[in-house]
Design a protein around this ligand. Structure first.
Ligand SMILES: NC(=O)C1=CN([C@@H]2O[C@H](COP(=O)(O)OP(=O)(O)OC[C@H]3O[C@@H](n4cnc5c(N)ncnc54)[C@H](O)[C@@H]3O)[C@@H](O)[C@H]2O)C=CC1
Ligand SMILES: O=C(OP(=O)(O)O)[C@H](O)COP(=O)(O)O
Length: 354
């Protein structure tokens, strides 16, 4: 059983902890937090041992028991997932090295924070046995999952993506825009293209970013010039076979992120989380060697299964990306509750043997 510590219990951290909890080969060693807010009470409620990142006094005053400091958590963990805000992960890196504890960082950190930038579908093997890995950002994760099968099956000559990004997460009351559409970043390419190249170093990709007043999901407008000329049906079939891509059937009548989130809440997903890339099946169009499509990415959720796979890769629990992905997906419920492109229930494969 792998003991996984989570340092930073916010949007990503609490989801990673809950995902660790349901894995058959992992357990939550504890979670580190700075302050005894509502998320600390949820951690307590779930039975996660709380560790103080900045001193135990505030927790004592709030009558919340702590099991120790963040140093104790790191020492007791086989792997730590650092889910602190951008920049804090890099500041924490020496702590993990000091305790000789393998660590996973998030996409808000620069790539040089870790030995390898990680996406389970694209480069799991590179992280096997590494001391540190960085799970790339939600947007980069969404693009890597899509580009990996396209690259393998058809070759990619050039990718062009416009990312219409959510302005804030639902709990981020201080962010915006609330009444505007921003080119963000204004510079081209946006940071997403170079970040995708940390996964596919030779890929030709240009990205442009925007921010809009929604908290629901990011939306990508994708154009990929392939090296060969598949039909629309062939690309649709290729993408349907990917476990972390969900092709939204026309029959569902889902016209945007609002209905998508409603669908996953109705399907019983925790927090309405959408772990899969959601590609509008009707948008998949091949003209000559040019592929076009729209996909929605749930920024709070898509990196969660990737963090679980990164834990297995670092701890050398399995050298096989396919096995880890299958095990993660089954335990978490990726694909569960959603229908296939043809309207039938999604397959959820049975456990892979280690
Ligand atoms: N929210 C999102 O849409 C996504 C975020 N990420 C990345 O994940 C990382 C975490 O982001 P979020 O979960 O959104 O942030 P968050 O702000 O929701 O959560 C971070 C948590 O860490 C706590 N914290 C702050 N300093 C700390 C310290 N020194 N020690 C321990 N805990 C500390 C905060 O109080 C908060 O509870 C960032 O690198 C971000 O770029 C990646 C994909 C999507
Ligand atoms: O990593 C993310 O987005 P990004 O890939 O657009 O930088 C997450 O959605 C967090 O983005 P934020 O920095 O706008 O909170």
């Amino acid at each position: 059983m792998l003991h996984v510590g989570i340092n930073g219990f916010g949007t990503i951290g609490k989801r990673v902890a809950d995902a660790v909890r349901v894995q058959p080969d992992m357990t939550v060693a504890g979670v580190a937090k700075r302050s005894p807010n509502f998320e600390a009470t949820i951690a307590d409620d779930r039975g996660y041992d709380l560790y103080a990142a900045d001193g135990r006094e505030p927790f004592d005053e709030a009558d919340l028991a702590t099991a120790g400091t963040v140093h104790d958590l790191i020492e007791t963990s086989d792997v730590v997932v650092d889910t602190t805000p951008s920049g804090v992960g890099a500041a924490n890196a020496p702590l993990y090295a000091e305790h000789d504890t393998p660590a996973i960082f998030q996409g808000g950190e620069d790539a040089d924070v870790a030995d390898v930038s990680f996406n389970a579908r694209a480069n799991y093997e590179n992280a096997v046995g590494a001391d540190t890995a960085r799970v790339v950002s939600c947007n980069t994760t969404g693009l890597s999952r899509l580009l990996a099968p396209l690259k393998e099956s058809y070759g990619v000559e050039k990718s062009r993506v416009t990312l219409v990004r959510r302005g804030a997460d639902p709990g981020q009351t201080g962010r915006g825009p609330i009444n505007d559409t921003l080119p963000d970043p204004v510079e081209i390419p946006s940071h997403h293209g170079p970040d995708v190249q940390t996964i596919f170093p030779d890929l030709d990709i240009d990205t442009m970013g925007m921010k809009v007043p929604t908290t629901q999901m990011h939306t990508h407008s994708v154009n990929v010039t392939l090296e060969s000329e598949p039909t629309t049906e062939e690309v649709t079939s290729l993408l349907t076979d990917e476990s972390r891509l969900f092709l939204i059937p026309k029959t569902l009548g889902i016209d945007g992120a609002g209905k998508l989130k409603e669908y996953t809440r109705d399907a019983g997903r925790p927090r309405g989380d959408v772990w899969e890339n959601c590609i509008w099946a009707e948008s998949i169009t091949v003209q000559g060697r040019d592929l076009y499509l729209f996909q929605a990415i749930h920024q709070e959720a898509d990196v969660v299964p990737e963090n679980i796979d990164a834990v297995r890769a670092l701890s050398e629990r399995t050298a096989s990306a396919e096995k880890s992905i299958r095990r993660t997906d089954e335990a978490l419920g990726v694909g569960r509750g959603l229908v296939e492109h043809d309207g039938s229930p999604q397959r959820v494969d049975s456990h892979a043997d280690d």
